[in-house]
Design a protein around this ligand. Sequence first.
Ligand code: F6R
Length: 241
Amino acid sequence: MRFIKASNYEDMSRKAANIIGAQIILKPDSVLGLATGSTPIGTYANLVKDYENGDLDFAKIISVNLDEYKGLTRDNDQSYYYFMNHHLFRHVNIDANNTHLADGTEADADKACAQFEQIIKATGGVDLQLLGLGHNGHIGFNEPSDVFMDKTFCVTLDEMTIKANQRFFASYEDVPKQAYTMGIGTIMAAKKILIVVSGEDKSSIIKEAFFGSVTPKVQASILQFHPDVTIVGDEAAFSKI
Ligand code: F6R
């Protein structure tokens, strides 16, 4: 695992965008695995800037996202499709037909998950997967558990995650309680993994996930077994390692 220390959130965002940018330059038809959440927002802003400066071309890029809430339509401003469109897709020249998220409106979970796995397979596989890290060690919506899930599945969200997400919704009741997420096997199949982490509140879980035992209780710990992981974090996030 490669740890790249950034001085603050802005620096972390620029460094992460530079790594993704290098991937796009070296392989213009890359398959990018993307994440939502607060942490990568600055990374996407830097990618947009690099596109506007003429340094990046997304014309042949394919994207697949880690997860999507079950039950939210794409135009719901809390859906992850909406997030991706708002922060990245509509600002760059990516072909909308090449941007893929699990279909949150598909009520048949088995069908939604199988369809999404099929889409990932058809892309030929993810070249670079961007991840954030949950306070409980989740990646995507792979919550603490007794097992590692393999393929995309429908998850009932952890209480901690629902509470963490509540800030984006009018009330607790409005927060979706289920989501479709890539499984750990799907994430681990990516050729390269890039994790972004920021803030003191992530410092304990970074230590536990990447320097502790590999256990499904801390799902991100499995990344210790991936051959190509880069973690870009700010000083506060790295303060305990
Ligand atoms: C997002 C996702 C989540 C987040 C994680 C960290 O698609 O799957 O695993 O990456 O919850 O979120 P932030 O960045 O908001 O701390």
